[in-house]
Design a protein around this ligand. Structure first.
Ligand SMILES: *Cc1c(COP(=O)(O)O)cnc(C)c1O
Length: 338
């Protein structure tokens, strides 16, 4: 069976974890600090402008908490992971839902403009970056769970607006060993607040903190993965091109020049996803509907583009260890299923 997604953890990552265990220090320490600064370097941010946490969910929660989003509105698309809702609710904020665009899986910014929330969480879905230049009506958190390494106007996603949040969960572009996240920002004042929240045991303030730390074991794995990210992105790009060359109608295939995506997902638009899923399945290839209708944050009919997206899309295997030969076979089967 060719799975829909697969880990790219190798001997190097095992040795990193082993090195940290042998060192006698496994909690947040030197490795976390190095990982943060390597992410800053990757994102062209000054040193110390990243705060590692236990997940992207917690990154959003901490960002909203220190920005005092309590009782204020947080905008988000309905076509997204449920943890956005969880982060906003746990921070005591009121959610405000928006539909996505007709032709891409990203939040519809012209809808947002019409009734701007205090805060806006913008995921660059499936690695397709959202151009947010010119939008300044909310404090924006760029959710880069899918888009580490994507650019808008030569600026890395996560560094364009106020705050960026990253995920290193098992299925993302890189993983820090199953779970992990990071908060990044150009704004030193904000970063200091986020760091103080996390490092509560070193602070005398008595805000109600939670332990959201990353461990040095996770950071050491994340660092090794980060050193491979460029090659991962290149391989994903090759696979995406094979699907595109086969004539498949891929989301984010035709982007304007200023947007540089990363191919986190190869999602095709088709009137009959179930048929292609079954055909691939009978060839021992697993594809999935990336977000099902019941997973939407709301199924109300006014979110029509989101609903359509759940009915007309399917996600093909794309990951660094998928061979180009297998990708060609997958492309052929999907393209031949009418
Ligand atoms: C995976 C994902 C998250 C959650 O990340 P965790 O690190 O598992 O908390 C958040 N947002 C989006 C868009 C995701 O895909």
């Amino acid at each position: 069976m060719i799975p829909h997604n697969k880990l790219t953890l190798k001997r190097e990552e095992r040795l990193c974890a082993e090195r940290v265990i042998k060192s006698g220090w496994i909690a947040q320490g030197r490795e976390v600090e190095l990982f943060e600064n390597e992410i800053c370097n990757f994102l062209k941010l000054p040193k110390s402008h990243a705060v590692a946490v236990s997940s992207c969910s917690m990154a959003m929660f901490v960002a909203l908490t220190v920005l005092k989003a309590k009782q204020r509105t947080v905008g988000m698309p309905v076509y997204v992971s449920r943890v956005l809702r969880g982060a906003a609710a746990t921070a005591g904020a009121k959610e405000k839902l928006f539909d996505i665009n007709r032709m891409d899986p990203n939040i519809n910014i012209s809808d947002v403009r019409k009734s701007p929330p205090d805060f806006l969480i913008v995921p660059h879905m499936y690695g397709i970056p959202v151009d947010l230049s010119g939008y300044s009506k909310s404090i924006v958190i760029e959710n880069c769970a899918h888009s580490l390494g994507a650019y808008v106007n030569n600026q890395p996603t996560g560094t364009i607006k106020d705050v960026g949040v990253l995920s290193f969960q098992a299925t993302k572009l890189i993983t820090s060993g199953g779970m992990g996240g990071m908060i990044v920002s150009k704004n030193s004042g904000f970063i200091k607040k986020a760091r103080d929240y996390r490092d509560f045991d070193e602070s005398r303030s008595h805000v109600p903190n939670l332990n959201v730390k990353m461990t040095d074991i996770h950071a050491s794995i994340g660092r090794m993965q980060l050193s491979k990210l460029k090659s991962f992105i290149e391989k994903r790009k090759k696979i995406f091109k094979i699907y595109s060359d086969a004539g498949l109608s891929l989301l984010g295939n035709d982007l304007s020049k200023n947007l540089k995506p990363v191919r986190y997902r190869a999602v095709i638009r088709t009137s009959n996803p179930k048929k292609i899923i079954e055909k691939l399945n009978s060839n021992k290839i697993r594809s999935i509907i990336p977000i099902e209708k019941w997973e939407l944050l709301s199924g109300k009919s006014k979110f029509k583009n989101s609903i359509r997206m759940t009915e007309e899309t399917l996600s093909l295997p794309i990951y660094p260890t998928l061979s180009l030969k297998d990708a060609k076979r997958i492309a052929q089967i999907a393209a031949d299923t009418k």
